[in-house]
Design a protein around this ligand. Sequence first.
Ligand SMILES: C[S@@+](CC[C@H](N)C(=O)[O-])C[C@H]1O[C@@H](n2cnc3c(N)ncnc32)[C@H](O)[C@@H]1O
Length: 192
Amino acid sequence: MTPAAEAVLTRLWAEDAAQRAAGLPSAQRTRNIDRETGRFLNLVARSTGASAILEIGSSNGLSTIWLALAAQEAGGTVVGTELLPERAAEANANLAEARLSDVARVVPGDARTTVGSLEGPFDLVFIDAEKDDYIAHFGAVIGLVRPGGLILADNVVSHDLSAYQAMLRARDDVETVTLPLDRGLEYTIKVG
Ligand SMILES: C[S@@+](CC[C@H](N)C(=O)[O-])C[C@H]1O[C@@H](n2cnc3c(N)ncnc32)[C@H](O)[C@@H]1O
C-alpha cells in the first residue's frame, strides 16, 4: 500500500459510508466493496502473480485501486469498465490521485461492448456490476480468461445470485466455491 493510494481509499470509503448513512438510492451511491474484500482481491492477485486484470463495474475506482496496486507489483495492468461516463471519469481521476494511472484505466460504456474490443488473455476478472447481468458478463469474458485464470464475483451472499452460481456448477470448464467474505465472493477458476 502506498500513502497516495491509502489517502484516496480512505476518502472514497468515507464518501461511500456517508451516501449509505444518508439513505441515498443505490443508483446514486458508489456502492464500493468493503475494506476486507479490497484486501482479499489485492492478496489473491498478488499471490497468483496476476498481471493482466479486467474489472466489470468499476464505479469510481475504489476496487480498481486495490487491483492496480497488485498489478503494479507484477508489472501488469488493469482495464476497468464503467457504464456511467461521469463515474468512469471520477475513477480515472482517483487512479491519477493514487498515482496508478500508468497501471490502470477505466473505460466508459457497457462492459459487454468494451470487452469485445479487448484481446486478453486475462489472469483475473472481477465482476461487480448489476447482479442480473452476471451471467451475460461471465459469457462475454470467459473466452478471454487464460486456463488457470480466476473469475471473482461480488455480492453472491448479499444478493440472490443462485442462477449465476448454478450456471457455474453446471459447466465443465470451471471450478468454483462461494466465500462468505463481506457481501460474498464467488471464487471461480477456469480449468483446462
Ligand atoms: C457495485 S458498483 C461497483 C463498485 C466498484 N467495483 C467498487 O467496489 O469500487 C457497480 C457499478 O457497475 C456499473 N455497471 C452496471 N452495469 C454495467 C455494465 N453493463 N458495464 C459496465 N459497468 C456497469 C454501475 O454503473 C456501477 O457503478
